[in-house]
Each structure stands twice: as C-alpha cells, then as structure tokens.
Design a protein around this ligand. Structure first.
Ligand SMILES: [Zn+2]
Length: 140
C-alpha cells in the first residue's frame, strides 16, 4: 500500500490531510447521516409503541397469545436494527465532533491520518485501514 499517486493539490494542508472541500463534504454527509438515523430510530420507537397498544386492548385471550410469537421475532429484528442505527448515529456524531475539534481524519487507535480516499468513501470512519483490518479480526 504505497500512496505514490503523487496527488498535488494546492489546498492540501498537510500530508494526507483532507482539503477544506473534502471536510465540508464530509460534514454534510455526516449531518445527513445523523438526521437520517435519528429519523429511522424515531420511526422504530414509534412503531414499537404502537405495537404495544393492542396488548393492552386485547386482554389475555388465546388469539392475542397466538399473535405474540411472530411479533416477538419482529421486535427482536427491530431491536437489532435499532442497535445498528444507533451505532451509525454515534459514529456520525463522533466524526462531527472531531470535525469541530479539528481532529477529524485521525485514526482512533493509532493516531495516524486516515487516507482521504477512505474518508470520502466512509466519512464516519474512525479507524485507518490497518486498524480497521485488525478490528475486524477481533484483536483491537
Ligand atoms: Zn490506525
């Protein structure tokens, strides 16, 4: 992995840094992401609340019990989905915080700069490719 493409941009502030256009684009995408995740989580919560109402209406009849099982599976799926949304929301928020603090683009694990190409593909990335690979192998 040699970054030998020799990209000569006037606006690059430091070696491997995102330029200000790149940072502005990242912020926009992160904010859009944050909003989307918040909306989807709110939607899930709303549906979860609605799903609870029939239980209260239909006492504990056998019919209600029969309906419980598939609902429980749905709920489990939804809570898994919700967790993954929550995770993405936190990733986006922590990346936005780093943008504000001027530490955006640094790997959380080793402190080296994350390749701008990677950040353009995944603006919420908090690890460089090396550390991400290690994390995926489960040895952070
Ligand atoms: Zn790293």
């Amino acid at each position: 992995m040699g970054g030998g493409s020799g990209v000569a941009s006037r606006r690059v502030r430091g070696e491997g840094n995102m330029d200000s256009d790149g940072l502005a684009a990242a912020r926009q995408r992160l904010q859009a992401d944050e909003l989307q995740m918040q909306e989807e989580i709110a939607l899930l919560d709303e549906r979860a609340r609605e799903a609870q109402t029939p239980d209260e209406v239909a006492f504990s009849s056998d019919a209600a019990l029969a309906d419980e099982a598939p609902l429980a599976v749905d709920r489990e799926k939804e809570s898994t989905w919700r967790r993954s949304l929550q995770h993405r929301l936190l990733d986006a928020q922590s990346a936005l915080r780093k943008l504000d603090q001027g530490t955006y683009g640094r790997c959380d694990a080793c402190g080296l700069e994350i390749a701008p190409r990677r950040l353009r593909a995944q603006p919420q990335a908090s690890l460089c490719l090396n550390c991400q690979a290690k994390a995926e192998r489960g040895r952070v």
